[in-house]
Ligand binder design. Structure first.
Ligand SMILES: Nc1ncnc2c1ncn2[C@@H]1O[C@H](COP(=O)(O)OP(=O)(O)OP(=O)(O)O)[C@@H](O)[C@H]1O
Ligand SMILES: O=P(O)(O)OC[C@H]1O[C@H](OP(=O)(O)OP(=O)(O)O)[C@H](O)[C@@H]1O
Length: 215
């Protein structure tokens, strides 16, 4: 008898981009989570169910074993301390990059190689601290939960660290990307105990998803 697998993911872009991968593996959600208010959604394939949660909560559910697997951005995974998750697959969805950006006027005469002290607004204080520390730059970090692009426009910070994809959000707010910190994509993460207890089901799912990933 096959065991039940619980997969945690977030609504919005991850759900949108992950659904075609699951569909290629023969797995579909029984209800559309963008319409339903249900937080546990069964799949059409009996032994898999989905938990619909905030993107930044996915690692928590998986590391405590409340979900066996999850899909989370590398940004979210790197930002949370002390995670012990197995990360078997880069799903190559949610593709973007983590970058430092600043007002175009500042960028005209700014020299990133000469930064000594910067004031940065970001949702990612840990990644930001590590990046600037590795370059010997002192940071004052202002933690925000969204709309980082606003901060330099109203004097809350000189610069931001945020995700960039098309660059449209930066452009429409008069900001430019000055340094790329790292490329970002979403990963399949697995609870370590579940990996042992439900090894066959999880291995099968990993293999199926691997075949669905765009080269
Ligand atoms: N513009 C983008 N293009 C591509 N991928 C992105 C983009 N912005 C974010 N992502 C990726 O998608 C993931 C989920 O982003 P989403 O915007 O759905 O959630 P969120 O609002 O950041 O999370 P939370 O609700 O927990 O604050 C991010 O962690 C990141 O890996
Ligand atoms: O380069 P672009 O294609 O414009 O994408 C970048 C934007 O996407 C993300 O925000 P998102 O749309 O997820 O909004 P939120 O994080 O504030 O929910 C990110 O925080 C940027 O603001």
């Amino acid at each position: 008898m096959s065991q039940i697998l619980t997969i945690a993911l977030s609504k919005g872009r991850i759900l949108e981009e992950a659904m075609p991968l699951f569909a290629k593996a023969g797995i579909a959600l029984a209800e559309d989570p963008e319409r339903s208010r249900k937080l546990i959604i069964p799949s059409t394939q009996g032994n898999i169910r989905f938990l619909i949660i905030r993107a930044s909560d996915v690692p928590t559910y998986v590391s405590w074993g409340a979900a066996d697997l999850g899909i989370a951005g590398k940004d979210v995974l790197l930002e949370q301390e002390g995670l012990d998750l197995y990360e078997p697959l880069d799903l190559r969805i949610g593709l973007c990059r983590m970058s430092v950006a600043e007002p175009a006027a500042l960028a005209e005469h700014d020299r990133p190689a000469r930064w000594e002290r910067v004031r940065i607004a970001t949702k990612y204080p840990r990644i930001t601290r590590q990046f600037f520390q590795s370059r010997g730059v002192q940071t004052e970090i202002i933690k925000l939960y969204g709309s980082m692009e606003l901060a330099p426009l109203v004097g809350l910070a000189d610069r931001i660290v945020d995700l960039v994809s098309t660059g449209r959000t930066l452009k429409e707010n008069g900001l430019v990307e000055v340094e790329e910190i790292m490329p970002i994509s979403s990963r399949l993460v697995v609870n370590r105990a579940a990996m042992k207890r439900k090894q066959r089901c999880i291995d099968d799912l990993i293999l199926q998803l691997q075949e669905s990933i765009q080269p």
